[in-house]
Design a protein around this ligand. Sequence first.
Ligand code: NAD
Ligand code: UDP
Ligand code: UDP
Length: 322
Amino acid sequence: MHLKKRVLVTGGAGFLGSHLCDVLLNAGCEVLCVDNFYTGSKRSIEHLIDNPDFEIIRHDITFPLYLEVDEIYNLACPASPIHYQSDPVQTTKVCVHGSINMLGLAKRLKARIMQASTSEVYGDPAIHPQPESYRGDVNPIGVRSCYDEGKRCAETLFFDYWRQHKLQIKVARIFNTYGPRMHPNDGRVVSNFIIQALLGKDITVYGDGSQTRSFCYVDDMINGFVRLMHSADDFTGPVNLGNPGEYTIKEIAEKVLELTGSKSKIVYKPLPSDDPRRRQPDIALAREQLGWEPLVQLEEGLRKTIAYFEELLQSCTRQDVQ
Ligand code: NAD
Ligand code: UDP
Ligand code: UDP
């Protein structure tokens, strides 16, 4: 007889997924982590392997999956531009075919399902900060489109399963998140700058560094996922989850230099195409519906992330992360 809630986390060996597995296990759930290790690593879940409530299944969710669970968090999808652009067709497939399979699973089981959507559905936004009602400005044929349009189509599928099959869906629009277990080689601004600073290499600011982003610490984000999953039955989202504190990329570079005490120099490189100018979440809906807001300040979160990368650099050869 099963008394514990069984929860499926797709992409559970990834950055956000592994933290979510930790939180769910601590809350007394049984966790099934499904991952094909495309960008995830065994290292991020190795501390859970001996936990009898934890199970790992190597599987690509673009193929059907039959198992029995009570709740599904659908996180499987490469998240950083370097990763999702290296096989763009697979990126669209995981968003579209992967979502169809996980929605089919949720439909058969009558299980709640949460989708990890993204602020990228807003594209290069014409409205600032972005409320959920903003429909976005996305290029359908650019290099970021496999991800942006894939995630937009996934949202469409979630809402059609909700309308057509009365599924209990929850859609989170996640804004840039950082913290321990970020990938060292994923080209994201926080991991790049910290590793460059720790190795004494040049800090690469793309463009003039005046573009902005808002950075949410991972613990705050996972707390938002769990609150969303347990929100009122009739609340579907989409709901923005992110930290409204907005910083220019140049400010992030300077903050990382200050906190690491590094002597690295800032150098300027060309801005990648379709790089959004500004991004900042409007989190009024999350405050109202979930009673949620981020608690970790940028400096505190950066210190913890820097400590993680310092340890990582000590435990592997420097070549691995260069
Ligand atoms: P990540 O790359 O660390 O994790 C994604 C995980 O999904 C990896 O473990 C990967 O191996 C797995 N995966 C990829 N394709 C798969 C497939 N076909 N079948 C099974 N597993 C597969 O990324 P993350 O930062 O943890 O992001 C998790 C989710 O959150 C993603 O859906 C991403 O789009 C979304 N998101 C993240 C951010 C962020 O700032 N980290 C922002 C917006 C949205
Ligand atoms: N599916 C799955 N696991 C399940 C149920 C369904 O992977 O437990 C997949 C299956 O591949 C199916 C898809 O989800 O094609 C969509 O399911 P749905 O019931 O919506 O549609 P249909 O079965 O009619 O294609
Ligand atoms: N960026 C940068 N230097 C780097 C990596 C990124 O200046 O080494 C910039 C990038 O051009 C973008 C911002 O930082 O304007 C955030 O990039 P990231 O890839 O982390 O996230 P996203 O563009 O998906 O928000």
